[in-house]
Every structure is written in C-alpha cells, then in structure tokens.
Ligand binder design. Structure first.
Ligand SMILES: Cc1ncc(COP(=O)(O)O)c(C=O)c1O
Length: 419
C-alpha cells in the first residue's frame, strides 16, 4: 500500500528540528540512562523558561471561574478574534502605567494564543513571497525556522551584532547602525525582528541604536518587530526608553508580547501585539484562520487579575519581587562561572541567560560536558554563526535553587580543561 508523503519542504529537509530541540532530546531521561548517568543527578541549564510562582491572586481568579458554574460555562465560548475587550483594556493600562507607553488605544492591540503563534501570524500578515527579513546574529533560535515556514522564498539577511573576538554584544554601535543602513540599501528588507532583552545574550539593544535603526527602517518602509518576551526581566537601574516606544509615533513599529515569562499559570499561554491600526486589522483576518481566538479562560482570569492588581499596586510589587530574584540568579551564575570555569561570558542585563565562550565548537563541548558531568548547556550554533564557539546557560528554571546553579557550574569547572 502506498504511503502518502508529507510536504516537500519537510521531505527535502528545508524544515527540520531545531538544535535546541535536539539537545532536549539528548537530555531525555532514557538517553541519560543509556549514557550511564543518573537522571536525578542531571543539572539542566537548557530550559528557556521561568520558575517563579504566579501571583496567588491570579490563581484565585481561576478558582472563581471553576467555582461558578455559569461563568465556567460562559467561558467555554469563543472570545472575539482580537481578544476579550477587558483584557485588551487591561494590557494597555498596564503598559501605560508601568512603562509609560503613550497614546495606544483599542485599535492598536490584538491578543493571540502565544507569541510563537503570533510570530507566524505576523509573517503571514506582513510578508509577500520572496521578501527579505533582517535578523540579528545571534537571534532567538526559533525565528529562522519560523521564517522558513513563512511565505515561500523568504530570505533571511543576518545583521552581525556580536563581536566573538571580544565576546561582546553591540560593542561598536556606529558600525551596527551603518551595517543596517547598508543592508537596507542593498536588500530593501520588509521587516527587522529582534528581542530586547535578547535570547540568548540577555543584553538590551541600546536606546540610541534602537532609535537610529527604527528611523532608518521607517524611511525605507520596513517594519520593525520588537519581541518583548523578557521585558519583565530587566536588571538595569533605569528602565530603557525603547520599552515604551509607541506605534502611535512610529507606524512601522510592532511590539510583540508574551505572558509566558512573567504571569504564566496552569500552563496556559497568551501573546499580544501592539501596532498601527491597519496592521491590527490585517492580523485579525489572518488570526481568524490560524487560531480563531485566544484562550477565553486565561484571558478572563488575567484581565480580572491585572485590573485589580494594577490599581492596588500589587502588580508592581509582584513584578519587582520576581525581577529581583532573576537578577540575583543571574549575578550568582556569572560569579560561579568566573570562580569555577573562568571562561569569558556576558553580563545579563535582563532575561534568563548568559552566553559563555568555550573557545571551541559549542556543540561538541555540550555533548562532552553532558557525558562527563551530567550538566546540560545549549550549543550557541542554533542562535547564529557568531556564537558557534559558545554555549547558552539558562538560570531561569533554577531561580529558586542557587545551590544547584553552583553545583552544576562547579562540576563543569572540574572537567573543563580535560574536555
Ligand atoms: C525571544 C522569545 N520570544 C518568544 C518566545 C516564546 O514565547 P511564547 O511562550 O509566548 O510563545 C520565547 C521563548 O523562549 C523567546 O525566547
């Protein structure tokens, strides 16, 4: 009997597993046992997720829903495609109050299932076949594969932002801006996409670079999507100005948000986009086909929680308290790297990661370190060619267990010269 084949792009390998997923598979319990290691003794710095508890008040909103048979039933319905009006309003108020973002109204926002889903929805909405998209090298490892899944023939143009010699992110600001200007003139890209704080470097785009890049893109009719997945984890004393840059002033600016890293609960995810009204209208049409609407229960619970927590001040306290914990874990991780391993690494300005220079192919290093210590890092190659000799180290999942961070880094330090 003939077996139907999957699509050509998958048969021919244009779409494939990400290197991060491969390392996660390598770290699978059965694999660990097959390597002769004790899975309970493995220390993983691979996970790109947070590990603080959601606010109790958010959990209480879920209890209200499940205790109320009428509400429970009503929330079984589809929400509007653009999201529940109360949530849209609450998200805009949170942004205006906590970050000072100006002049965004209901026409500027659409809620979706997650920022991953919305990234795909944005590509369908903004790109024509064969368009060019600029990504920073390095960049979040999912952007490249997601673009490959976008309109046929989308071309990725890499903008190098990392100096591997000096192990520094955006060291030479002028040359980054002039390289972007040159890329724009040569390739006429439709879109630039990056995150700030960034995954994997946990560095922020400096405000002056942000302003220059946004202006150059605006003049060239190029959209700029800023992925704010880690905006709640920011360790600088002064909040960066670009956190409040508004699409009402810059119609080519699109802000992409996720609640996965700051207010997640019950494994339910949401994302939202703020952009010019014509972009939101187009996104709504695409979202009708990709998701129909986001999760009603989480939208309802989050809207109720945010509305109360913003007005009584508990949202700000929750965010300050969790941010302080990630900052502490970040400082602890880099101190341990300096003490036990002594390899160059980046100072996180936010986010969940640091990137360490291992001075050789990161993929091989990760495999050897796992086999000899039971410690899991993520190879840098999945994020872009500039950090092939690096590994990403995540302190997010271990935020409540600083001793475990120390133990893992110490183990690697013990073997590092022998690898
Ligand atoms: C930069 C960045 N954007 C988006 C996501 C995914 O967010 P979501 O859970 O909303 O899909 C991640 C996940 O790690 C990320 O690192």
């Amino acid at each position: 009997m003939a077996t139907p084949l999957v699509a050509r792009r998958l048969r021919e390998g244009q779409l494939k597993q990400s290197p991060i997923r491969e390392i996660m598979k390598l770290a699978d319990r059965r694999n660990i046992i097959a390597m002769g290691l004790d899975p309970d003794d493995v220390i993983s710095f691979a996970g790109g997720w947070v590990n603080h508890k959601a606010p109790e008040e958010l959990r209480a909103e879920y209890s209200t829903i499940s205790d109320d048979p009428v509400l429970f039933h009503e929330l079984g319905a589809y929400s509007p495609t653009r999201g529940l009006p109360n949530l849209r309003e609450a998200l805009l108020s949170v942004d205006a109050t906590l970050y000072g973002t100006r002049d965004l109204s209901d026409d500027n926002i659409l809620v979706g299932g997650s920022s991953t889903q919305l990234t795909h929805t944005l590509f369908t909405t903004l790109l024509d076949p064969g368009d060019r998209v600029v990504l920073f090298d390095p960049s979040y490892a999912n952007y490249g594969p997601q673009l490959n899944l976008g309109p046929e023939g989308t071309e990725i143009i890499w903008l190098p932002v990392f100096d591997a010699e000096r192990w520094a992110f955006m060291r030479d600001r002028e040359s980054i801006v002039s390289s972007f200007q040159a890329l724009v003139s040569e390739y006429d890209p439709r879109l630039l996409l990056f995150s700030s704080p960034d995954n994997p470097t946990s560095r922020l785009i400096p405000d002056d670079v942000f302003d220059d890049i946004l202006r150059i893109a605006e003049e060239a009719d190029c959209f700029v999507i800023v992925d704010f997945a880690y905006r709640a984890q920011c360790f600088t004393e002064v909040v960066p100005e670009h956190f409040s840059a508004s699409p009402s002033e810059h119609p080519n600016l699109i802000r992409l948000h996720s609640n996965s890293k700051w207010c997640r609960g019950l494994g339910r995810r949401l994302g939202w986009v703020e952009a010019a009204p014509h972009v939101i209208e187009a996104l709504e049409i695409v979202q009708q086909s990709t998701a129909l609407c986001p999760d009603s229960v989480h939208q309802y619970a989050l809207a109720a929680y945010l509305t109360k927590a913003l007005s009584d001040g508990s949202l700000q306290s929750y965010m300050n308290e969790t941010n302080a914990r990630y900052e502490k874990a970040a400082r602890h991780t880099t101190e341990c790297i300096d003490r036990y391993i002594g390899m160059p690494r980046l100072d996180p300005q936010g986010g969940l990661y640091t990137v360490m220079d291992v001075g050789r192919n990161g993929d091989e290093f990760v495999r050897e370190v796992l086999a000899s210590t039971g410690v899991i890092f993520v190879p840098g190659s999945g994020f872009g060619p500039s950090i092939t000799n690096g590994v990403r180290i995540s302190y997010g999942p271990l935020v409540n267990n600083l001793d475990r961070i120390e133990e893992g880094i110490r183990r690697v330090g013990d073997v590092v010269d022998k690898c």
